[in-house]
Design a protein around this ligand. Structure first.
Ligand code: SF4
Ligand code: NI
Ligand code: NI
Length: 709
């Protein structure tokens, strides 16, 4: 049997199953039954991306199957095999979507099945920063549970996002390994067709970030090949269906590594036989050209970005530290080099062993840094990273910041030997690693003595925080001489440029003007470049010749004009990983904002994924704009159209998150008290009529403004 026979045979088999399943569904539900995956704006994303057609009913699904058939040519050429692989993936998507008819939830824990658009947007920033260096797709059962688990853990320790299909899911469960998106190990499903859920992620990345036109299959495949660092590990025995799926993976540019030796044909860099499962990791990374940033830290538990989202529950914790109850603080302090002994770690007060099991304690850590390029402005930038650093420790959980942080150390981590001093090791190594351009020497002092914590918090930290807040308050777009570009997201959205100003942070919410300034200093040739603001065109719009020149240059000519303060005229582009999106609500002359976490409906008749699909990929779309959460309370929020008084609706949770700051801005700008009380949310209205009635009752100022279009 040739490889062609196997691919074609596998494809035919899946096609037959799909046809049967669709006919069966039509017989059961009738051909007008609606079909779509949940929480996506792309219906059946793979089929939509490949053909440009959105399937909405069983009847259309049946027609789509006819289109898939046209891909299934049977000449023994490589391209025919690839297209049959793509056809197999599309058939898998059809079989899977049938499981979701009538709002069914076909997957049970630990399996995820289909992943919503919001998950993909969330992956945007970590993928571009290399925080998630790759995506592994593991298919089938490993020769032994130990080998399977070791492979999964090896990727997890590198921060690679791991998706599991088939027998490996039971192996991982049997070993008691924690899985879930928060630890970057995602069991998709046990049927081989569930592999399409990760294919769907890769393909939607092209639609969301890459501005790939649906139907342009050539550009789509080039995008996934060039920009989505995925690969497949398939365990023997491989049946023809898996071989056909593998051909589809290869067509998208994802190499397949397998330990199958029977009836398999090696294709250099694409289909690789590796009999030794312990070498799957190295072979895969080499084939996909993935480089891993190594941070070697001397602690008794793992340290990897995959553990960043891990949660430690009360019943699993040894001790906790809680700034909301007792005195805590975290602080970076610039010192003179002579005052610092590099890599010195001191713990002042009791170690975990001396703390009562399950108790709440004080902790304060002061990270002293020195360097000739160090500036006080970088202190908060470094400090904000502590959250990530400490969270990356396996079995340690961190939330909050400044003097309100909360840390839990798990029983497992404690039993493995993890102690307070290791927090110092992590902070030292991470700061030196990431901020090497400004930090030459670093020393960490950790206080657990309650009286010392009180002293550090009130006499040292709080006065410094207050001073910084004063400085931040005076940081306005007018008060600085330069803005910064950020083009980190160009890895996925090749023509996207964020212009970051003091009053407008990057749309991902992760890059403030101070961050961009520090990034520029740390890496002068890197993603953040200085943009001067010497030649204003229109200050109200936030239009500058300098900004236009910069975006032209950094977008390689894709953009000509970008304004900083308008959503209608030359608005800033979006990559796709925005925290929020706002869109015009024509009945109230206002805008509706939805955040990525919001799963419900908005008065625009669109969900977050649907609104979000209106923009992205680095194109300008007047009327829709992606932005960060903190931008909502900015005096520069669509200032050209009247500012925040245009905001008529937000999800309740977001409204509560921004309330204090938004109310303060509304008071300053328009003299309105408790402005957020005038803004609708999902408990008040999910349609424009109810919303307008509510706004009218509240006397919302947007009703009296000029229409935006
Ligand atoms: Fe991406 Fe903009 Fe955030 Fe930079 S600031 S990481 S370009 S979204
Ligand atoms: Ni992005
Ligand atoms: Ni982004």
């Amino acid at each position: 049997m040739t490889l062609f026979d196997r691919v074609f045979g596998g494809n035919d088999a899946v096609y037959g199953l799909t046809e049967g399943a669709i006919d069966g569904a039509i017989a059961q539900y009738g051909e007008d039954k609606a079909v779509s995956f949940p929480n996506t704006a792309y219906s059946l994303p793979c089929y939509y991306a490949v053909t440009g057609t959105k399937v909405t009913t069983l009847k259309e699904l049946k027609e789509a199957l006819g289109v898939v058939k046209t891909l299934m040519t049977r000449e023994k050429r490589l391209n025919d095999a690839f297209m049959s692989g793509v056809a197999t993936a599309l058939c898998a998507e059809f079989i899977e979507v049938l499981k979701y008819i009538d709002g069914a939830t076909p997957y049970e824990e630990p399996c995820y099945g289909h992943l919503g658009d919001a998950v993909i947007r969330e992956l945007g920033v970590p993928l571009v920063t290399g925080d998630i260096p790759g995506v592994a797709v593991i298919l089938g059962a490993a020769p032994t549970t130990e080998e399977g688990v070791a492979l999964v853990k090896s990727y997890q320790a590198q921060g690679i996002l791991v998706t599991l299909v088939g027998g490996i899911i039971d192996q991982v469960a049997e070993a008691g390994m924690k899985t879930g998106a928060n630890v970057r190990v995602i069991p998709l499903g046990k049927d081989v067709t569930s592999v399409v859920h990760v294919v769907s992620v890769a393909i939607r990345a092209a639609l969301i970030f890459g501005n790939v036109t649906p139907g342009d299959a050539g550009t789509l495949m080039k995008y996934t090949m060039d920009r989505v660092p995925a690969f497949v590990n398939a365990f023997k025995p491989l049946d023809d269906v898996i071989v056909a799926c593998g051909a589809g993976a290869i067509a998208l540019g994802f190499p397949v590594v397998t330990n199958e030796t029977e009836n398999i044909f090696r294709v250099p860099k694409s289909l690789i036989v590796q009999e030794d499962v312990s070498k799957f990791n190295a072979t895969s990374l080499e084939a996909r050209d993935i480089k891993i940033k190594i941070t070697n830290i001397d602690i008794p538990v793992a340290f990897a970005s995959a553990f960043e989202g891990e949660i430690i529950r009360r019943k699993d914790m040894q001790v906790e530290f809680d700034g909301s109850r007792v005195d805590c603080a975290e602080l970076v302090q610039t010192c003179d080099a002579s005052e610092i002994e590099d890599h010195k770690i001191t713990v002042i007060g009791p170690e975990v062993d001396e703390m009562e099991f399950g108790s709440k304690n004080s902790i304060a850590y002061v990270v002293k840094v020195a360097g000739k390029n160090m500036q006080a402005d970088f202190e908060p930038v470094i400090e904000r990273k502590f959250h990530n650093y400490i969270n990356c420790i396996e079995g340690v959980y961190h939330t909050g910041q400044r003097d309100m942080q909360r840390i839990r150390i798990s029983i497992d981590a404690f039993n493995a030997g993890f102690r307070i001093k290791h927090i110092g090791e992590v902070l030292y190594a991470s700061v030196k690693n990431e901020f090497d351009a400004v930090v030459d020497k670093c020393e960490v002092v950790i206080y657990t003595d309650p009286a010392e914590c009180t002293r550090i918090r009130h006499e040292v930290a709080i006065p410094i925080f207050d001073k910084r807040d004063e400085r931040l308050d005076t940081l306005t777009d007018e008060s600085v001489d330069v803005y910064y570009s950020c083009i980190l997201c160009q890895a996925f959205a090749p023509s996207h440029v964020c212009v970051v100003t003091p009053e407008r942070l990057g749309l991902c919410g992760a890059v403030s003007w101070l961050d961009a300034k520090a990034t520029h200093q740390l890496d002068p040739a890197g993603p953040c470049q200085i943009i001067t603001k010497e030649r204003p065109i229109d200050e109200n719009l936030g239009a500058y010749e300098d900004v236009d020149e910069a975006v032209q240059k950094f977008s390689q000519g894709a953009l000509e004009h970008v304004t900083l303060y308008s959503i209608m005229q030359d608005p800033m582009t979006s990559c796709g990983c925005f925290e929020c999106i706002c869109g015009i609500e024509p009945f109230s002359n206002g805008v509706v904002i939805a955040n990525r976490e919001y799963a419900g409906m908005t008065p625009l008749g669109m969900t977050f994924p649907e609104m979000a699909s209106m923009t992205g990929g680095g194109v300008q779309t007047p009327g829709f704009m992606g932005h960060g959460k903190h931008f909502i309370s900015s005096k520069k929020f669509m200032k050209a159209e009247g500012g925040i008084e245009r905001i008529v609706w937000m999800p309740k949770e977001l409204k509560e998150f921004v309330a204090d700051r938004l109310n303060k801005t509304a008071k300053e700008l328009y003299g309105i008290d408790n402005f957020t009380d005038m803004i609708g949310d999902e408990t008040i209205a999910e349609d424009p009529e109810t919303l307008v009635a509510f706004l009218t009752e509240k006397g919302h100022p947007a009703l009296g403004l000029d229409p935006m279009m």
